[in-house]
Design a binder for this molecule. Structure first.
Ligand code: ZN
Length: 147
């Protein structure tokens, strides 16, 4: 019997139960039928943040950014590439700190870009400053503690 994991849909945030050994098979959301892994960062808002950051069994790597931030915009393609490489081991998501000021305040974001790795509501690591795609992957995997 395979362990099953709760995976929030990247589109509608519905929680889907997926056997751990089926994560690579490209399952679809039971509610909206979207693919459970799009290979791209999820747009995180106050309404879907809890599903991805707390209730999900997947670790969540969040990029806190803003449209006016040059280094954030430069890092975006690297973060997209990291999402393609790191799914389905973890979910990647982006918080626009201009639109989601309450989320930015909750995490005490002082500079952007800031990356925070979360798992079931717990902060595992954070890093301020832009990184390349490979550094993002290395940093995130190093802080998963051998998962
Ligand atoms: Zn869905």
């Amino acid at each position: 019997m395979s362990e099953s994991l709760l995976i929030p849909c990247p589109h509608c945030a519905a929680l889907n139960r997926v056997p751990a050994d089926r994560l690579n098979d490209g399952g679809h959301c039971g509610r909206c039928k979207a693919g459970l892994f799009a290979g791209a960062p999820v747009h995180l808002t106050e309404s879907n943040f809890g599903a991805h950051a707390q209730r999900s069994d997947l670790p969540l790597l969040v990029d806190f950014w803003a449209p006016w931030c040059g280094p954030c915009r430069s890092m975006a393609p690297a973060f997209d590439a990291a999402a393609r490489a790191l799914e389905p081991r973890m979910r990647l998501g982006k918080v626009n700190t201009e639109e989601e000021q309450a989320l930015a305040a909750r995490f005490g974001i002082r500079s952007i870009p800031t990356l925070i790795l979360l798992h079931q509501g717990r902060e595992l690591a954070r890093q301020a400053g832009a990184m390349g795609a490979e550094d993002i992957q290395r940093w995130a995997l190093a802080h998963l503690g051998g998962r």
